[in-house]
Design a protein around this ligand. Sequence first.
Ligand SMILES: [Zn+2]
Length: 152
Amino acid sequence: MTDPLVIACPECHKSNRIPADKIGQHPSCGACKARLIRGLPFELTVDTIRPHLQADMPLVIDFWAAWCGPCQQFSRVYEMVAAPFAERARFGSVNTEQQPTLAQSFQIRSLPTLAVFYRGQEIARTQGAMPPQHFHRWLDEVLADTPFSAPS
Ligand SMILES: [Zn+2]
């Protein structure tokens, strides 16, 4: 992985081109100066999701709703696991009540649903809350099929 990676900003959603060897060096957004790699989940909407789906780093999405108890529990797991995967994947969240168009276009039928996208393609999906170790292992397996298979 020596080519620059196109990664969208979690704040302003502008695409940034980052040399692969700079990913671990706290790159900031050229447009708004926000940290690009934070190891924290960020909210996605129908207006902001596209550059994240097309990015060169895998995008995990947690489809959730406020009324869903397992979603509340899983959101803590999601945050916990996002940190160690900060340089291997992006962690987005979609509130399915506020984003019914996204819930429909991704055919979300059960909550929470976790889906992983890489360069615009869905590469994995699972449903239901998981304990942290289980989610960690699942992600490792999913990312094994991408250039982000091992911690850099
Ligand atoms: Zn930005």
